[in-house]
Design a protein around this ligand. Structure first.
Ligand SMILES: Nc1ncnc2c1ncn2[C@@H]1O[C@H](COP(=O)(O)OP(=O)(O)O)[C@@H](O)[C@H]1O
Ligand SMILES: O=P(O)(O)OC[C@H](O)CO
Length: 496
C-alpha cells in the first residue's frame, strides 16, 4: 500500500502541495506564489495557466522534497480558493479570459440591481448566499458578456465553466474530467443547496448555459486519475473541497456546533450545523460543508474579506514592517491602541455587514498616534471583525460559542490570539498542525481510497498546540463601542 497522500492547496496568493503520512503529519511542503493582476481599482484577476503551472510544479517538487516517487502517493486531495471563476474552451483548453478572483468587485453594481429587483430572498433561500459580487455567478456572466464571441460559444456547448478545483482537475486528467464537488458548487450562486442541483431559474437569470457546468460530485470519491506523464504515475484524485470547508474538516469540526476560524488573507468562520441547511437570519451564509457518501453536512459561514491581508498592507503599502511576523513586536510596544481603530474595508465589508461600497477607515487619530498604535489597531481589526461574525453565528445557532478552533498564517501571532480570546471570552484553540486546510482535503481523499477507514480513525490525530483563555475581569464594553463607531464611519463613505 502507498503510504502518503498529496494535498494540492490552491490559494489566493500561492499554490502549495503538501504530503501527509498516515498519522496526518506533514512530510514535505512546496509552495510558489503567483501573479496578482489588478487591471483597475476593485478588479482582481489570476492567470489560470500560471495557477496550473505553479500547482503542477509544486506537486512535482514536493514528491522530490519528501524523497518519494509518484508511486508512493496513494491519492490526491484538492482544496482551493473558492468562487474564483475560470471559463475555458473545451477544444483548445485555453481560458477565454483571466480567472476573476473572489475579491473582485466589478459586478457590484449589477448585484445592487438584482437586490433592488427584490431577488435577495429567493437567491438566499435557494443557494444559502447573500447577493454579492464575491460569488461566481456574476463573474461568469461578466465574462460571457464582455469577451467577444464567448456567449455564442458557450451556447454552442464549446466553453466550460469551473471554479479552481474544476480547472485543476480538467488539467490533471488531461481534459478528461469536468467535475466539481458540492462545497465549491455551493459558492457559485447558481447551485441549489436543498435539491443538490444546478438551479435552472438562476442559470436563466445570469444567462449561464447549463452545458458549461461541471458535474457535481461528493467531496470524497475517486473522480479520475492524473493523465499520462503529468506526475510520473497515474494517481487517483479522490478528495475535493473549497479551502474553508476543507479547513473545517481538517480541524475535525465533525460534530454539530463545532466552529473554526481561519486567519489567512481573509478570515472565514464556519460552524457545522449538521444535515439541515438552516438559512441565516443574521447575514451569514449557509454553505455545504462536505458530502461524504450520501451524507451532506451544512455550515454557517461568516466571510471576512480582509484578515491577515491588513498586515500585508502595513508591510507593502505603508512600509511599517518588513515582514508580516514583525507586526507582533511593533504592536507590543504599546499597551493599547489609545482609541485608534482600523476598519480594513479594502474590498467592501463581508459578513455580517455586507456592504460592497464601504471603504477602509482609520478613526481616533491624535497627535500622539504612532506606528505601534497603527500596528496594534490593524491586528485588533482582525479580532473585532471575527467578533462581529461570531455574535451573528451565536444568534443564528442560539448557542454560546465557548470554543473556537483557529488556523491560518496569522494564528502564529500570540498577541492577536490572546486579544481574540479576551474579546470573545471564548477559548481560542490553536492545533499543532495549522495546515488544516491541506489536511482536510488529504483526509477526504484518504477516506475515499480506504487509506483511512473512518472519521473516528483520524479524529485522534487533531492535537492542541495552545489554548488562549480570556484574562479574568476584562471589560470590553468601551472598546466594542469604539469599534462600532469605526464601522459606522467605514459605512458612511458608502452612503455618500
Ligand atoms: N505573525 C503574523 N501576524 C499577523 N499576520 C500574519 C503573521 N504571519 C502571517 N500573517 C498573515 O497571514 C496571511 C497568510 O496566511 P495564509 O494562511 O498563508 O493565507 P492564505 O492561505 O490566504 O494565502 C497573510 O495575510 C499574512 O499577512
Ligand atoms: O485562498 P484563501 O485561503 O485566502 O481563501 C479564499 C476563500 O476561499 C475565498 O472564499
Amino acid at each position: 500500500m502507498s503510504k502518503y497522500i498529496m494535498s494540492l492547496d490552491q490559494g489566493t496568493t500561492s499554490s502549495r502541495a503538501i504530503i501527509f503520512n498516515h498519522n496526518g503529519e506533514i512530510v514535505a511542503v512546496a509552495q510558489k506564489e503567483f501573479t496578482q493582476i489588478y487591471p483597475q481599482a476593485g478588479w482582481v484577476e489570476h492567470d489560470p495557466l500560471e495557477i496550473w503551472s505553479t500547482q503542477l510544479s509544486v506537486a512535482a517538487e514536493v514528491i522530490v522534497k519528501a524523497g518519494l516517487s509518484a508511486t508512493d502517493i496513494d491519492s490526491i486531495g484538492i482544496t482551493n480558493q473558492r468562487e474564483t471563476t475560470v471559463i475555458w474552451d473545451r477544444e483548445t483548453g485555453q481560458p477565454v479570459y483571466n480567472a476573476i478572483v473572489w475579491q473582485d468587485r466589478r459586478t457590484s453594481a449589477y448585484c445592487d440591481e438584482i437586490k433592488a429587483q427584490g431577488l435577495a430572498k429567493k437567491i438566499q433561500d435557494k443557494t444559502g448566499l447573500i447577493i454579492d459580487s464575491y460569488f461566481s455567478a456574476t463573474k461568469a456572466k461578466w465574462i460571457l458578456e464582455n469577451v467577444k464571441g464567448a456567449k455564442e460559444k458557450a451556447e454552442a456547448g464549446k466553453l466550460a465553466f469551473g471554479t479552481i478545483d474544476s480547472w485543476l482537475i480538467w488539467k490533471l486528467t488531461g481534459a478528461e474530467k469536468h467535475v466539481t464537488d458540492v462545497t465549491n458548487a455551493s459558492r457559485t450562486m447558481i447551485y441549489n443547496i436543498h435539491t443538490l442541483a444546478w438551479d435552472d431559474e438562476l442559470l436563466d437569470l445570469f444567462g449561464i448555459p447549463k452545458s458549461m457546468l461541471p458535474e457535481v460530485k461528493s467531496s470524497s470519491e475517486i473522480y479520475g486519475e492524473t493523465a499520462g506523464k503529468i506526475l510520473a504515475a497515474k494517481i487517483p484524485i479522490a478528495g475535493i473541497a473549497g479551502d474553508q470547508q476543507s479547513a473545517l474538516f481538517g480541524q475535525m469540526c465533525t460534530e454539530v456546533g463545532m466552529v473554526k476560524n481561519t486567519y489567512g488573507t481573509g478570515c472565514f468562520m464556519l460552524m457545522n450545523i449538521g444535515n439541515e441547511p438552516k438559512i441565516s437570519a443574521n447575514n451569514l451564509l449557509t454553505t455545504i460543508a462536505w458530502k461524504i457518501k450520501d451524507q451532506v453536512h451544512y455550515a454557517l459561514e461568516g466571510s471576512i474579506f480582509i484578515g491577515g491581508a491588513v498586515v500585508q498592507w502595513l508591510r507593502d503599502e505603508m512600509g511599517l514592517i518588513s515582514k508580516s511576523a514583525d507586526v507582533e513586536s511593533l504592536a507590543q510596544k504599546v499597551k493599547n491602541t489609545d482609541g485608534v481603530y482600523i476598519v480594513p474595508a479594502f474590498a467592501g465589508l463581508g459578513a455580517p455587514h455586507w456592504n460592497q461600497h464601504a471603504r477602509g477607515t482609520i478613526t481616533g487619530l491624535t497627535r500622539g498616534t504612532n506606528k505601534s498604535h497603527i500596528a496594534r489597531a490593524a491586528l485588533e481589526s482582525i479580532a473585532y471583525q471575527t467578533m462581529d461574525v461570531l455574535k451573528a453565528m451565536e444568534a443564528d445557532a442560539g448557542v454560546n460559542i465557548a470554543e473556537l478552533r483557529v488556523d491560518g498564517g496569522a494564528t502564529a501571532n500570540d498577541l492577536l490570539m490572546q486579544f481574540q480570546a479576551d474579546l470573545l471570552k471564548s477559548k481560542v484553540i490553536r492545533p499543532e498542525i495549522t495546515e488544516v486546510t491541506a489536511l482536510g482535503a488529504a483526509y477526504l481523499a484518504g477516506l475515499a481510497t480506504g487509506f483511512w477507514n473512518s472519521i473516528d480513525e483520524i479524529r485522534s490525530q487533531w492535537k492542541i498546540d495552545k489554548t488562549f483563555i480570556a484574562e479574568e475581569g476584562i471589560d470590553n464594553t468601551e472598546r466594542i463601542k469604539g469599534w462600532n463607531r469605526a464601522i459606522k464611519a467605514a459605512k458612511a463613505s458608502a452612503e455618500d
